[in-house]
Design a protein around this ligand. Structure first.
Ligand code: MSP
Length: 502
Protein backbone atom coordinates (compact mmCIF):
# COMPACT_ATOMS: atom_id res chain seq x y z
CA UNK A 1 0.00 0.00 0.00
CA UNK A 2 1.27 3.49 -0.84
CA UNK A 3 2.39 5.47 2.19
CA UNK A 4 2.92 9.12 3.01
CA UNK A 5 4.89 10.49 5.94
CA UNK A 6 4.11 14.15 6.53
CA UNK A 7 5.47 16.50 9.19
CA UNK A 8 5.07 20.13 10.28
CA UNK A 9 7.54 22.30 12.15
CA UNK A 10 7.45 21.64 15.88
CA UNK A 11 6.44 24.74 17.83
CA UNK A 12 8.23 26.68 20.53
CA UNK A 13 6.00 26.58 23.55
CA UNK A 14 6.91 29.87 25.21
CA UNK A 15 3.54 31.28 24.10
CA UNK A 16 0.20 29.95 22.85
CA UNK A 17 -0.26 29.21 19.14
CA UNK A 18 -1.42 32.15 17.02
CA UNK A 19 -3.22 32.06 13.70
CA UNK A 20 0.08 32.00 11.76
CA UNK A 21 1.23 28.86 13.56
CA UNK A 22 -2.24 27.39 13.16
CA UNK A 23 -2.13 28.10 9.42
CA UNK A 24 0.77 25.70 8.99
CA UNK A 25 -0.97 22.93 10.92
CA UNK A 26 -4.29 23.38 9.11
CA UNK A 27 -2.71 23.33 5.65
CA UNK A 28 -0.69 20.24 6.55
CA UNK A 29 -3.87 18.66 7.87
CA UNK A 30 -5.57 19.29 4.54
CA UNK A 31 -2.69 17.51 2.80
CA UNK A 32 -2.89 14.58 5.25
CA UNK A 33 -6.64 14.27 4.84
CA UNK A 34 -6.32 14.46 1.06
CA UNK A 35 -3.78 11.62 1.03
CA UNK A 36 -6.00 9.50 3.27
CA UNK A 37 -8.89 10.19 0.93
CA UNK A 38 -6.70 8.86 -1.88
CA UNK A 39 -6.34 5.61 0.07
CA UNK A 40 -2.72 6.27 1.00
CA UNK A 41 -1.52 5.03 4.38
CA UNK A 42 -0.63 8.35 5.97
CA UNK A 43 1.42 9.22 9.01
CA UNK A 44 1.04 12.85 10.07
CA UNK A 45 3.45 14.10 12.73
CA UNK A 46 3.33 17.31 14.75
CA UNK A 47 4.90 18.28 18.05
CA UNK A 48 6.49 20.79 20.38
CA UNK A 49 10.03 22.14 20.44
CA UNK A 50 10.85 22.51 24.11
CA UNK A 51 14.59 23.04 24.54
CA UNK A 52 14.66 26.68 23.54
CA UNK A 53 15.98 29.47 25.74
CA UNK A 54 12.70 31.36 25.51
CA UNK A 55 10.84 28.35 26.84
CA UNK A 56 13.30 28.07 29.71
CA UNK A 57 13.06 31.77 30.51
CA UNK A 58 9.28 31.78 30.38
CA UNK A 59 9.14 28.86 32.82
CA UNK A 60 11.46 30.70 35.20
CA UNK A 61 9.31 33.84 34.97
CA UNK A 62 6.30 31.76 35.96
CA UNK A 63 8.22 30.07 38.77
CA UNK A 64 7.79 26.66 37.19
CA UNK A 65 10.15 23.83 36.41
CA UNK A 66 10.74 23.99 32.63
CA UNK A 67 9.42 20.49 32.14
CA UNK A 68 6.25 21.22 34.18
CA UNK A 69 5.70 24.38 32.13
CA UNK A 70 6.08 22.37 28.89
CA UNK A 71 3.54 19.85 30.21
CA UNK A 72 1.05 22.67 30.71
CA UNK A 73 1.77 24.11 27.28
CA UNK A 74 1.28 20.73 25.63
CA UNK A 75 -2.34 20.87 26.80
CA UNK A 76 -2.73 24.42 25.47
CA UNK A 77 -1.47 23.37 22.04
CA UNK A 78 -3.48 20.18 21.96
CA UNK A 79 -6.65 22.10 22.81
CA UNK A 80 -6.15 24.43 19.85
CA UNK A 81 -5.37 21.58 17.45
CA UNK A 82 -8.45 19.67 18.63
CA UNK A 83 -10.67 22.71 18.13
CA UNK A 84 -9.31 23.14 14.60
CA UNK A 85 -9.83 19.43 13.86
CA UNK A 86 -6.16 18.82 13.07
CA UNK A 87 -5.85 15.07 12.64
CA UNK A 88 -2.21 14.31 13.51
CA UNK A 89 -1.29 10.67 14.07
CA UNK A 90 1.56 11.38 16.45
CA UNK A 91 2.65 14.31 18.59
CA UNK A 92 6.29 14.43 19.66
CA UNK A 93 7.91 16.53 22.37
CA UNK A 94 11.65 17.05 22.36
CA UNK A 95 11.85 16.27 26.08
CA UNK A 96 10.59 12.72 25.50
CA UNK A 97 13.00 9.81 25.90
CA UNK A 98 12.49 8.58 22.34
CA UNK A 99 13.66 11.97 21.09
CA UNK A 100 16.63 12.18 23.44
CA UNK A 101 17.78 8.72 22.38
CA UNK A 102 17.55 9.63 18.70
CA UNK A 103 19.44 12.92 19.20
CA UNK A 104 22.19 11.20 21.13
CA UNK A 105 22.53 8.47 18.49
CA UNK A 106 22.48 10.81 15.48
CA UNK A 107 24.91 13.33 16.97
CA UNK A 108 27.29 10.47 17.81
CA UNK A 109 27.00 9.16 14.27
CA UNK A 110 27.81 12.58 12.83
CA UNK A 111 30.79 12.81 15.19
CA UNK A 112 31.92 9.33 14.13
CA UNK A 113 31.81 10.46 10.52
CA UNK A 114 34.39 13.09 11.45
CA UNK A 115 31.98 15.98 10.88
CA UNK A 116 32.15 17.67 14.30
CA UNK A 117 35.10 19.66 15.62
CA UNK A 118 35.73 22.07 18.48
CA UNK A 119 36.11 25.75 17.84
CA UNK A 120 35.18 29.13 19.18
CA UNK A 121 32.02 30.94 18.16
CA UNK A 122 31.81 34.69 18.34
CA UNK A 123 28.90 36.62 16.89
CA UNK A 124 25.27 37.63 17.16
CA UNK A 125 22.54 35.29 18.39
CA UNK A 126 18.78 35.97 18.13
CA UNK A 127 17.05 34.13 20.96
CA UNK A 128 13.64 34.28 19.24
CA UNK A 129 15.02 32.68 16.05
CA UNK A 130 17.36 30.54 18.17
CA UNK A 131 19.87 31.25 15.44
CA UNK A 132 23.30 32.74 14.95
CA UNK A 133 23.02 35.85 12.81
CA UNK A 134 25.62 37.02 10.33
CA UNK A 135 25.84 40.83 10.01
CA UNK A 136 24.22 40.72 6.58
CA UNK A 137 21.00 39.34 8.15
CA UNK A 138 20.62 42.32 10.51
CA UNK A 139 18.69 45.48 9.73
CA UNK A 140 19.88 48.49 11.75
CA UNK A 141 21.49 46.03 14.12
CA UNK A 142 18.21 44.15 14.68
CA UNK A 143 16.99 40.70 13.65
CA UNK A 144 14.88 41.31 10.52
CA UNK A 145 12.29 38.74 11.59
CA UNK A 146 11.80 39.66 15.25
CA UNK A 147 12.90 43.29 15.20
CA UNK A 148 14.91 42.79 18.37
CA UNK A 149 18.60 43.28 19.08
CA UNK A 150 20.48 39.97 19.13
CA UNK A 151 22.96 39.03 21.86
CA UNK A 152 26.69 39.02 21.31
CA UNK A 153 27.97 35.55 22.08
CA UNK A 154 31.49 34.23 22.50
CA UNK A 155 31.81 30.60 23.49
CA UNK A 156 33.72 27.41 22.84
CA UNK A 157 31.46 25.15 20.81
CA UNK A 158 31.35 22.11 18.63
CA UNK A 159 30.94 22.87 14.94
CA UNK A 160 29.33 20.81 12.19
CA UNK A 161 31.18 20.67 8.86
CA UNK A 162 28.24 22.03 6.89
CA UNK A 163 30.58 23.53 4.27
CA UNK A 164 31.71 20.02 3.32
CA UNK A 165 28.21 19.22 2.03
CA UNK A 166 27.71 22.20 -0.22
CA UNK A 167 28.56 20.37 -3.47
CA UNK A 168 26.48 17.32 -2.60
CA UNK A 169 23.58 19.57 -1.71
CA UNK A 170 23.87 21.41 -5.00
CA UNK A 171 23.93 18.09 -6.85
CA UNK A 172 20.87 17.00 -4.94
CA UNK A 173 19.01 20.19 -5.88
CA UNK A 174 20.04 19.65 -9.49
CA UNK A 175 18.96 16.00 -9.57
CA UNK A 176 15.74 16.51 -7.59
CA UNK A 177 14.04 19.68 -8.79
CA UNK A 178 11.01 19.05 -6.57
CA UNK A 179 13.09 18.68 -3.39
CA UNK A 180 12.21 22.19 -2.29
CA UNK A 181 8.96 23.92 -3.21
CA UNK A 182 7.77 26.48 -4.17
CA UNK A 183 10.28 27.73 -6.73
CA UNK A 184 10.95 31.04 -4.94
CA UNK A 185 12.25 29.09 -1.94
CA UNK A 186 14.27 26.77 -4.16
CA UNK A 187 15.91 29.71 -5.91
CA UNK A 188 16.72 31.36 -2.59
CA UNK A 189 18.43 28.21 -1.35
CA UNK A 190 20.28 27.70 -4.62
CA UNK A 191 21.67 31.23 -4.34
CA UNK A 192 22.69 30.53 -0.77
CA UNK A 193 24.44 27.30 -1.76
CA UNK A 194 26.15 28.91 -4.70
CA UNK A 195 27.51 31.58 -2.36
CA UNK A 196 29.15 28.86 -0.25
CA UNK A 197 28.34 27.52 3.20
CA UNK A 198 30.00 28.10 6.53
CA UNK A 199 30.27 25.49 9.25
CA UNK A 200 27.74 25.95 12.03
CA UNK A 201 27.99 25.80 15.78
CA UNK A 202 25.89 22.92 17.09
CA UNK A 203 26.37 23.09 20.84
CA UNK A 204 25.74 25.64 23.55
CA UNK A 205 27.92 26.21 26.58
CA UNK A 206 26.74 27.14 30.05
CA UNK A 207 23.16 25.93 29.62
CA UNK A 208 21.52 23.04 31.40
CA UNK A 209 18.20 23.03 29.46
CA UNK A 210 18.82 20.74 26.52
CA UNK A 211 20.22 17.35 25.56
CA UNK A 212 23.86 16.81 26.62
CA UNK A 213 26.34 16.02 23.86
CA UNK A 214 27.20 12.31 24.16
CA UNK A 215 30.95 12.96 24.03
CA UNK A 216 30.96 16.24 26.01
CA UNK A 217 28.16 16.26 28.60
CA UNK A 218 29.19 19.71 29.85
CA UNK A 219 27.50 21.16 26.76
CA UNK A 220 24.02 20.74 25.30
CA UNK A 221 23.05 20.21 21.68
CA UNK A 222 22.07 23.46 19.93
CA UNK A 223 18.26 23.62 19.89
CA UNK A 224 17.94 23.47 16.08
CA UNK A 225 20.27 20.50 15.75
CA UNK A 226 18.15 18.87 18.46
CA UNK A 227 14.76 19.85 17.00
CA UNK A 228 15.31 18.68 13.41
CA UNK A 229 15.99 15.17 14.68
CA UNK A 230 12.36 14.89 15.86
CA UNK A 231 11.39 13.83 12.34
CA UNK A 232 13.36 10.59 12.59
CA UNK A 233 12.92 10.16 16.35
CA UNK A 234 9.15 9.97 15.97
CA UNK A 235 9.33 7.04 13.56
CA UNK A 236 11.72 4.95 15.59
CA UNK A 237 15.27 6.08 14.79
CA UNK A 238 17.50 4.50 17.47
CA UNK A 239 14.50 2.86 19.13
CA UNK A 240 12.60 0.78 16.55
CA UNK A 241 14.45 -0.15 13.36
CA UNK A 242 11.53 -1.81 11.68
CA UNK A 243 9.28 1.18 12.17
CA UNK A 244 12.04 3.49 11.02
CA UNK A 245 12.49 1.50 7.82
CA UNK A 246 8.74 1.54 7.24
CA UNK A 247 8.36 5.34 7.44
CA UNK A 248 11.64 7.07 6.74
CA UNK A 249 12.33 9.03 4.50
CA UNK A 250 9.54 11.53 5.06
CA UNK A 251 7.52 12.36 1.97
CA UNK A 252 6.98 15.97 2.95
CA UNK A 253 8.18 18.47 5.55
CA UNK A 254 5.81 21.45 5.73
CA UNK A 255 7.59 24.47 7.26
CA UNK A 256 7.45 28.26 7.22
CA UNK A 257 9.66 30.23 4.88
CA UNK A 258 11.80 31.61 7.73
CA UNK A 259 13.04 28.14 8.59
CA UNK A 260 13.52 26.76 5.08
CA UNK A 261 17.31 26.97 5.36
CA UNK A 262 17.33 24.69 8.40
CA UNK A 263 15.19 22.14 6.57
CA UNK A 264 16.56 22.34 3.07
CA UNK A 265 20.26 22.82 3.82
CA UNK A 266 21.22 21.95 7.40
CA UNK A 267 18.92 18.94 7.86
CA UNK A 268 19.83 17.18 4.58
CA UNK A 269 23.53 17.77 5.34
CA UNK A 270 23.07 16.17 8.78
CA UNK A 271 21.40 13.18 7.15
CA UNK A 272 24.11 12.93 4.49
CA UNK A 273 26.73 12.91 7.22
CA UNK A 274 24.88 10.14 9.07
CA UNK A 275 24.36 8.15 5.86
CA UNK A 276 20.57 8.34 6.05
CA UNK A 277 18.13 8.97 3.18
CA UNK A 278 16.92 12.54 2.66
CA UNK A 279 13.29 13.64 2.95
CA UNK A 280 11.61 13.62 -0.45
CA UNK A 281 10.25 17.14 -0.26
CA UNK A 282 10.26 20.31 1.76
CA UNK A 283 7.47 22.84 1.28
CA UNK A 284 8.18 26.35 2.60
CA UNK A 285 4.85 28.13 3.02
CA UNK A 286 4.43 31.89 3.36
CA UNK A 287 3.29 34.14 6.18
CA UNK A 288 -0.14 34.89 7.43
CA UNK A 289 0.03 38.66 7.77
CA UNK A 290 -2.00 40.92 10.00
CA UNK A 291 -2.20 44.58 9.00
CA UNK A 292 0.69 44.15 6.60
CA UNK A 293 3.01 42.48 9.09
CA UNK A 294 3.82 38.86 9.81
CA UNK A 295 1.48 37.58 12.45
CA UNK A 296 3.60 37.03 15.52
CA UNK A 297 3.20 36.98 19.27
CA UNK A 298 6.47 38.81 19.84
CA UNK A 299 5.56 41.54 17.31
CA UNK A 300 2.18 41.94 19.01
CA UNK A 301 0.33 41.23 15.78
CA UNK A 302 -1.44 37.99 16.51
CA UNK A 303 -4.97 36.65 16.34
CA UNK A 304 -5.94 33.78 18.63
CA UNK A 305 -7.08 30.81 16.51
CA UNK A 306 -9.66 29.90 19.16
CA UNK A 307 -11.27 33.36 18.84
CA UNK A 308 -11.34 33.02 15.06
CA UNK A 309 -12.81 29.51 15.24
CA UNK A 310 -15.41 30.64 17.79
CA UNK A 311 -16.47 33.60 15.67
CA UNK A 312 -17.66 31.68 12.57
CA UNK A 313 -16.71 28.05 13.21
CA UNK A 314 -13.55 25.97 12.73
CA UNK A 315 -14.43 24.89 9.18
CA UNK A 316 -15.00 28.38 7.77
CA UNK A 317 -11.66 29.37 9.32
CA UNK A 318 -9.91 26.37 7.79
CA UNK A 319 -11.42 27.10 4.40
CA UNK A 320 -10.38 30.74 4.59
CA UNK A 321 -6.78 29.82 5.37
CA UNK A 322 -6.53 27.24 2.63
CA UNK A 323 -8.51 28.96 -0.11
CA UNK A 324 -7.67 32.63 0.39
CA UNK A 325 -3.91 32.34 0.75
CA UNK A 326 -2.07 30.96 -2.28
CA UNK A 327 -0.03 28.14 -0.76
CA UNK A 328 3.63 29.11 -0.74
CA UNK A 329 2.88 32.86 -0.72
CA UNK A 330 2.03 35.35 1.99
CA UNK A 331 -1.58 36.29 2.63
CA UNK A 332 -3.64 38.51 4.90
CA UNK A 333 -6.09 37.72 7.59
CA UNK A 334 -8.58 40.41 8.55
CA UNK A 335 -11.89 39.96 10.35
CA UNK A 336 -13.69 41.84 7.56
CA UNK A 337 -12.28 39.62 4.84
CA UNK A 338 -13.00 36.49 6.88
CA UNK A 339 -16.67 37.52 7.23
CA UNK A 340 -16.88 38.54 3.60
CA UNK A 341 -15.61 35.15 2.38
CA UNK A 342 -17.85 33.34 4.87
CA UNK A 343 -20.89 35.09 3.41
CA UNK A 344 -19.80 34.67 -0.19
CA UNK A 345 -18.49 31.08 -0.23
CA UNK A 346 -20.50 29.47 2.51
CA UNK A 347 -23.68 31.31 3.44
CA UNK A 348 -24.69 32.44 -0.06
CA UNK A 349 -23.06 29.75 -2.13
CA UNK A 350 -22.39 26.25 -0.78
CA UNK A 351 -24.71 26.45 2.25
CA UNK A 352 -27.54 27.87 0.18
CA UNK A 353 -27.03 25.20 -2.47
CA UNK A 354 -27.16 22.33 0.05
CA UNK A 355 -30.33 23.80 1.46
CA UNK A 356 -32.02 24.31 -1.91
CA UNK A 357 -31.23 20.77 -3.04
CA UNK A 358 -32.63 19.25 0.16
CA UNK A 359 -35.73 21.44 0.15
CA UNK A 360 -36.55 20.70 -3.52
CA UNK A 361 -35.81 16.98 -3.12
CA UNK A 362 -38.37 16.86 -0.30
CA UNK A 363 -40.90 19.18 -1.83
CA UNK A 364 -41.07 17.34 -5.15
CA UNK A 365 -39.96 13.76 -4.41
CA UNK A 366 -40.21 13.18 -0.64
CA UNK A 367 -36.42 13.19 -0.48
CA UNK A 368 -36.03 10.09 -2.66
CA UNK A 369 -33.88 10.73 -5.76
CA UNK A 370 -32.75 8.50 -8.62
CA UNK A 371 -31.43 9.18 -12.13
CA UNK A 372 -33.59 8.53 -15.19
CA UNK A 373 -32.32 5.49 -17.11
CA UNK A 374 -30.73 6.57 -20.40
CA UNK A 375 -30.80 10.30 -19.59
CA UNK A 376 -27.73 12.31 -20.59
CA UNK A 377 -26.28 14.04 -17.59
CA UNK A 378 -25.52 17.73 -17.93
CA UNK A 379 -23.20 18.04 -14.95
CA UNK A 380 -21.23 14.77 -15.13
CA UNK A 381 -18.57 16.04 -17.55
CA UNK A 382 -18.13 19.22 -15.57
CA UNK A 383 -17.72 17.20 -12.38
CA UNK A 384 -15.15 14.92 -14.00
CA UNK A 385 -13.17 17.93 -15.20
CA UNK A 386 -13.27 19.51 -11.73
CA UNK A 387 -12.10 16.28 -10.08
CA UNK A 388 -9.22 16.02 -12.54
CA UNK A 389 -8.10 19.62 -11.94
CA UNK A 390 -8.54 19.23 -8.20
CA UNK A 391 -6.31 16.16 -8.10
CA UNK A 392 -3.54 17.72 -10.17
CA UNK A 393 -3.54 20.76 -7.87
CA UNK A 394 -3.70 18.81 -4.61
CA UNK A 395 -0.95 16.40 -5.68
CA UNK A 396 1.29 19.43 -6.17
CA UNK A 397 0.20 21.08 -2.90
CA UNK A 398 -1.58 23.87 -4.75
CA UNK A 399 -4.23 23.74 -2.07
CA UNK A 400 -5.89 27.05 -2.98
CA UNK A 401 -6.26 25.90 -6.61
CA UNK A 402 -7.74 22.61 -5.46
CA UNK A 403 -10.32 24.41 -3.33
CA UNK A 404 -11.13 26.82 -6.14
CA UNK A 405 -11.73 23.84 -8.47
CA UNK A 406 -14.15 22.32 -5.96
CA UNK A 407 -16.02 25.63 -5.82
CA UNK A 408 -16.27 25.62 -9.63
CA UNK A 409 -18.50 22.59 -9.24
CA UNK A 410 -20.57 24.40 -6.62
CA UNK A 411 -20.97 27.34 -9.04
CA UNK A 412 -21.79 25.04 -11.94
CA UNK A 413 -24.51 23.38 -9.86
CA UNK A 414 -26.06 26.70 -8.89
CA UNK A 415 -26.05 27.73 -12.56
CA UNK A 416 -27.59 24.41 -13.50
CA UNK A 417 -30.46 24.98 -11.06
CA UNK A 418 -31.10 28.43 -12.50
CA UNK A 419 -31.05 27.02 -16.04
CA UNK A 420 -33.14 23.92 -15.47
CA UNK A 421 -35.78 25.72 -13.35
CA UNK A 422 -37.03 22.71 -11.34
CA UNK A 423 -40.01 24.80 -10.08
CA UNK A 424 -41.20 25.20 -13.69
CA UNK A 425 -40.67 21.49 -14.45
CA UNK A 426 -42.71 20.65 -11.34
CA UNK A 427 -45.72 22.49 -12.74
CA UNK A 428 -45.69 20.47 -15.97
CA UNK A 429 -46.74 16.81 -15.48
CA UNK A 430 -45.23 15.56 -18.77
CA UNK A 431 -41.80 16.86 -17.71
CA UNK A 432 -41.70 14.56 -14.73
CA UNK A 433 -38.62 12.64 -15.92
CA UNK A 434 -36.75 15.87 -16.56
CA UNK A 435 -37.41 16.94 -12.99
CA UNK A 436 -36.28 13.55 -11.66
CA UNK A 437 -33.04 13.86 -13.58
CA UNK A 438 -32.39 17.50 -12.63
CA UNK A 439 -32.94 16.84 -8.91
CA UNK A 440 -30.70 13.82 -9.06
CA UNK A 441 -27.95 15.71 -10.85
CA UNK A 442 -27.78 18.56 -8.39
CA UNK A 443 -27.61 16.17 -5.44
CA UNK A 444 -24.92 14.12 -7.13
CA UNK A 445 -22.83 17.20 -7.93
CA UNK A 446 -23.13 18.43 -4.33
CA UNK A 447 -22.07 15.00 -3.09
CA UNK A 448 -18.92 15.11 -5.21
CA UNK A 449 -18.11 18.71 -4.23
CA UNK A 450 -18.47 17.77 -0.56
CA UNK A 451 -15.90 14.98 -0.95
CA UNK A 452 -13.47 17.39 -2.62
CA UNK A 453 -13.96 19.98 0.13
CA UNK A 454 -13.84 17.44 2.93
CA UNK A 455 -10.05 17.79 3.60
CA UNK A 456 -10.58 21.51 4.28
CA UNK A 457 -13.96 21.32 6.06
CA UNK A 458 -14.18 17.82 7.53
CA UNK A 459 -17.06 18.29 9.96
CA UNK A 460 -19.29 20.32 7.62
CA UNK A 461 -18.67 18.13 4.60
CA UNK A 462 -19.40 15.02 6.63
CA UNK A 463 -22.77 16.61 7.40
CA UNK A 464 -23.36 17.61 3.76
CA UNK A 465 -22.58 14.06 2.66
CA UNK A 466 -25.04 12.69 5.22
CA UNK A 467 -27.72 15.04 3.88
CA UNK A 468 -26.93 13.95 0.32
CA UNK A 469 -27.65 10.35 1.28
CA UNK A 470 -24.18 9.06 2.11
CA UNK A 471 -24.37 5.89 4.13
CA UNK A 472 -21.31 4.32 5.76
CA UNK A 473 -18.32 5.97 7.39
CA UNK A 474 -16.45 8.85 5.76
CA UNK A 475 -13.16 7.02 6.38
CA UNK A 476 -14.23 4.52 3.73
CA UNK A 477 -14.71 7.13 1.01
CA UNK A 478 -12.06 6.89 -1.72
CA UNK A 479 -11.42 9.78 -4.01
CA UNK A 480 -11.03 7.87 -7.28
CA UNK A 481 -13.97 5.52 -6.80
CA UNK A 482 -16.38 7.88 -5.04
CA UNK A 483 -15.98 11.03 -7.09
CA UNK A 484 -16.99 9.38 -10.33
CA UNK A 485 -20.56 10.20 -11.30
CA UNK A 486 -22.70 7.59 -9.55
CA UNK A 487 -26.13 6.41 -10.50
CA UNK A 488 -27.63 5.01 -7.32
CA UNK A 489 -30.89 5.91 -5.68
CA UNK A 490 -30.55 7.97 -2.50
CA UNK A 491 -32.51 9.46 0.36
CA UNK A 492 -31.83 13.14 0.91
CA UNK A 493 -31.98 14.46 4.47
CA UNK A 494 -33.14 17.97 5.35
CA UNK A 495 -31.42 20.04 8.04
CA UNK A 496 -30.96 23.51 9.44
CA UNK A 497 -28.91 26.14 7.60
CA UNK A 498 -25.24 25.20 7.80
CA UNK A 499 -23.92 28.76 7.66
CA UNK A 500 -26.49 31.47 8.40
CA UNK A 501 -25.61 34.75 6.74
CA UNK A 502 -24.01 37.41 8.92
N1 MSP B 1 10.72 25.40 16.72
C1 MSP B 1 11.02 25.90 15.43
C2 MSP B 1 10.79 24.85 14.36
C3 MSP B 1 11.59 23.59 14.55
S1 MSP B 1 11.20 22.42 13.32
C4 MSP B 1 12.35 21.22 13.53
C5 MSP B 1 10.12 27.11 15.15
N2 MSP B 1 9.04 27.25 15.93
S2 MSP B 1 8.00 28.45 15.88
O1 MSP B 1 7.06 28.19 16.92
O2 MSP B 1 8.69 29.70 15.89
O3 MSP B 1 7.30 28.36 14.48
C6 MSP B 1 6.55 27.21 14.11
C7 MSP B 1 6.11 27.30 12.67
O4 MSP B 1 5.15 28.34 12.53
C8 MSP B 1 7.26 27.63 11.70
O5 MSP B 1 7.16 26.83 10.54
C9 MSP B 1 7.00 29.08 11.37
O6 MSP B 1 7.48 29.44 10.10
C10 MSP B 1 5.48 29.11 11.40
N3 MSP B 1 4.96 30.46 11.56
C11 MSP B 1 5.23 31.36 12.54
N4 MSP B 1 4.57 32.52 12.27
C12 MSP B 1 3.85 32.39 11.14
C13 MSP B 1 3.00 33.22 10.38
N5 MSP B 1 2.71 34.44 10.74
N6 MSP B 1 2.46 32.70 9.25
C14 MSP B 1 2.71 31.41 8.84
N7 MSP B 1 3.51 30.61 9.52
C15 MSP B 1 4.11 31.08 10.68
O7 MSP B 1 10.43 27.85 14.23
Amino acid sequence: MARFYLTTAIDYVNSRPHLGTAYEKVTADVIARYRRLCGVSTHFLMGNDEHSQNVYQRALELGLEPRAFCDQMEQVFREVWAKLDVSFDDFIRTTEDRHKLAVTALVQRIADAGDLYEGEYEGWYCVSCEAFKPDKDLVDGECSIHQTRPEWIKEKNHFFRLSKYRDRLLQHYEATPMFLQPDVRRNEMLRLLEGGLEDISVSRTGQSWGIPLPFDPSRVVYVWFDALINYIAAVGYATDDERFRAWWPADLHVVGKDITRFHAVVWPAMLMSAGLPLPKRVFGHGWVNWQGQRMSKSLGTSVDPLDAADRLGPDPLRLYLVKEIAYGHDGDFTWERFEERYNADLANNLGNLVNRVAVMAHKYRGGRLAPVPGAISQLADRAADVVRRYRVAMDEHQLHTGMAAAFDLVDATNEFITRSEPWVLARTPDRRAELDQALFEMAEAVRIAAILLWPAMPASCTEILRRMGQVGPISEIRLDRDTTWAGGERQIVKGSLLWPRI
